[in-house]
Design a protein around this ligand. Sequence first.
Ligand SMILES: *Cc1c(COP(=O)(O)O)cnc(C)c1O
Length: 361
Amino acid sequence: MTFTARTELNPNPRSDAERDAILADPGFGTSFTDHMFVADWTLEDGWHDARVVPYGPILMDPASAVLHYAQEIFEGLKAYAHPSGEVALFRPDQNAERMRRSARRLALPELPDEWFLGSIDALIAADRAWVPSGGEKSLYLRPFMYASEAFLGVRPSAKVTYSVIASPAGAYFKGGVKPVSIWLSTSYTRAGAGGTGAAKCGGNYAASLLPQQEGIAHGCDQVVFLDSIEQTWIEELGGMNLFFVQSDGTIVTPELTGSILEGITRGSILTLAGDLGHEVVQRRVSLDEWRTGVADDTITEIFACGTAAVVTPVGRLKWDGGEVVSTDGDAGQVTTAIRSALIDLQYGRAEDHHGWVRPTS
Ligand SMILES: *Cc1c(COP(=O)(O)O)cnc(C)c1O
């Protein structure tokens, strides 16, 4: 199963002027490049037919298993234009490995890392002109895998499709690096013990949409979920991990429990915060610790992190009957320093001591 992909170039790509207009103000997740990557898997033949083809709609049988039982996983990573002119990825080996873990949990076939990395290189080679430069822009890559066998029985699909699409990206939150407000969900959890919380699957997001709507109705940007058993321990936001900065300089993030998604940004920050001289601790953090820590200033900064939004300060935690505010204005010093250390590496402005930056071939 060595990886080789054929490329069928788009006969009608967007004009330079159309592409430049999109890259000038890409927004997030609304515009897509001229190509996409596709590969197929069957029980008999394994992974085959790797190809870059013109971006376009997928013809799908209405009985396709993914439409009924949500056997689907995805990844998210970015390609950055470096000052050298190279296009680089940030720790894509971690995305490849996590996609294999997610695949196991969803009873999908594992995609070899060589295929994962090769698929991204092949797509970027075809759509190199879509990698924006300047500002904090990037090309967001969305690998995904779904059950494509047409049948209504409940068992793992014998036919699976893997695909990658790409979308030029500006800031994830329209407000820029402003503190987000967080709604505490007490009626719903995102993921239960033994469930799929640690896998990056669409179903987890489906479960988070109603609480997210509830949060928006209460004037908040995002929702924080507690553990499903004790309703006591902070897990994460719908799609971002959380960090707490203590007044003694220690940086704390909820330890992985099996229902928290292990973010690559989270892992990178644990290392970078250590490089910056902070003690870093992974342990359980209770809702009470958040409330009282902010009130008595033992917690001085809170931030959320993920590939899409990078590092975002958390301003306000709101619940039915109250709120605590960590910051109303700018991001704190520690949040800002960690954010800079991370994006300087991603954008090729700092030396890569950890071997995290991978040029695309
Ligand atoms: C993707 C994701 C994250 C962030 O992971 P990164 O690898 O840092 O992008 C956090 N929580 C959830 C639920 C996610 O799906």
